[in-house]
Design a protein around this ligand. Structure first.
Ligand SMILES: Cc1cc2nc3c(=O)[nH]c(=O)nc-3n(C[C@H](O)[C@H](O)[C@H](O)COP(=O)(O)OP(=O)(O)OC[C@H]3O[C@@H](n4cnc5c(N)ncnc54)[C@H](O)[C@@H]3O)c2cc1C
Length: 344
């Protein structure tokens, strides 16, 4: 039985694990390591420190299916709709720009990380470990030795890297020397936007009297998007106060990228008060810096994966190899799965 390590419990990693479990159950032992404390990656859902039933999505906000992807990823959409993980977006989003006809928008009633958790659950038997930050990957004959912060190295027959491309390039050990020059050049050309997300949790019965559930903001140098998260997901309840997420603009994110988020949060709060005067004080908050937010330039021709070595297999995937949304990650996971299937 081959032991496969998937680095990253985001959407790409969790779908890879699920595909391996469903299609090659007898052949593979799946291990997932993520440096964070939970599943989701950039599909992150944060809980209120005072009431774990109140949540806010700090990364991806909704899933938009184009007619093309609705057709080719139909089974993925049907599965998530059948499990109540996705439901149609019915609330009002002001200023949403659609570049294409026939788009369908979905929300996640249990928070966007429920998509990732669904696929990890469907990978029954996979060993998923958090707080495992991979630092070095060495080739040791026919297998890989993978080192992490604060722990013993382990050996695997194949390794899948699904983190943002700059984090793949930061890995030490043999990864860099295995890359052919054109591969390195392609990876170094990948770029991401940067922004902050601020999650705000309000006490029960707090009223936020605006006609929209989410709104794109024009003309603010600081704030680009605001969502009243439980209203957006159509899950308002009297037990739980509203939760709100504020995304900064990319120029603001880039300008303040190297600052402590404790210094940046008051700037975002001041601008929010200016845009929404009279907004009550939140009971608690969570500020997230997305250094690698959405892909602005992906690997040329969007191959879905890049194989750094075939034997033993070392393969990279993630939205950097396609595009930054649900369908981009599914596409990448399917491509990585094809490589694994033909090599194991
Ligand atoms: C602010 C924001 C808004 C967005 N809005 C939308 C939207 O509305 N709709 C949409 O479809 N998409 C949206 N996206 C994009 C979407 O979230 C991403 O495309 C998707 O989540 C990427 O998934 P992934 O698995 O490829 O990567 P990630 O989610 O980044 O997963 C990679 C994982 O690897 C882990 N990791 C990194 N380095 C290491 C290491 N050295 N060792 C161990 N683990 C490591 C990370 O902790 C992470 O969990 C948004 C993203 C952001 C940030």
């Amino acid at each position: 039985m081959s032991r496969v390590l998937i680095v990253g419990a985001g959407l790409t990693g969790s779908v890879c694990a699920c595909l391996l479990r469903r299609e090659l159950p007898q052949k593979i032992k799946i291990v997932v390591w993520d440096k964070s404390r939970g599943a989701g990656g950039r599909m992150a859902t944060s809980r209120s420190p005072t009431d774990s039933a109140c949540t806010v999505d700090l990364g991806a906000q909704y899933i938009t299916a184009t007619p093309h992807y609705a057709r080719i990823h139909q089974s993925f959409y049907e599965e998530l709709l059948a499990h109540g993980i996705l439901s149609p977006l019915v609330s009002s989003v002001e200023g949403m720009m659609s570049r294409e006809e026939g788009l369908t928008n979905y929300v996640t009633p249990k928070g966007v990380s429920s998509i990732v958790k669904h696929y990890l659950k469907e990978s029954a038997g996979a060993e998923v470990f958090y707080d495992r930050h991979v630092t070095h990957v060495y080739r040791r004959g026919a297998c890989w030795e993978v080192c992490r912060k604060d722990g013993e190295p382990e050996h695997f027959d194949a390794v899948v890297l699904t983190m943002p491309v700059p984090q793949i390039l930061q890995l030490q050990g043999d990864v860099g020397s295995l890359m052919a020059v054109p591969q390195r050049e392609q990876l170094e050309a990948v770029s991401y936007s940067s922004r902050y997300a601020l999650g705000l949790f309000y006490p029960p019965h707090t009223s936020i009297p605006v006609p929209w559930a989410a709104k794109y903001i024009c003309g603010s140098p600081c704030i680009r998007f605001i969502a009243i998260d439980n209203k957006k997901r159509n899950t308002e309840s009297s037990d739980c106060g509203p939760s709100m997420v504020v995304h900064t603009s990319v120029p603001f994110g880039v300008e303040h990228l190297e600052e402590e988020k404790e210094r940046v949060q008051p700037l975002i709060m001041d601008e929010l008060q200016r845009l929404m005067p009279g907004l009550p004080q939140p009971a608690s908050s969570k500020c997230q810096k997305w250094r690698y937010s959405q892909v602005t330039r992906s690997v040329a021709d969007c191959p879905g994966q890049m194989t750094l070595l075939s034997e033993p297999l070392l393969v990279c995937g993630g939205d950097g190899f396609t595009h930054s949304n649900f369908d981009g990650c599914i596409e990448s996971a399917l491509k990585v799965f094809q490589v694994l299937k033909s090599s194991l």
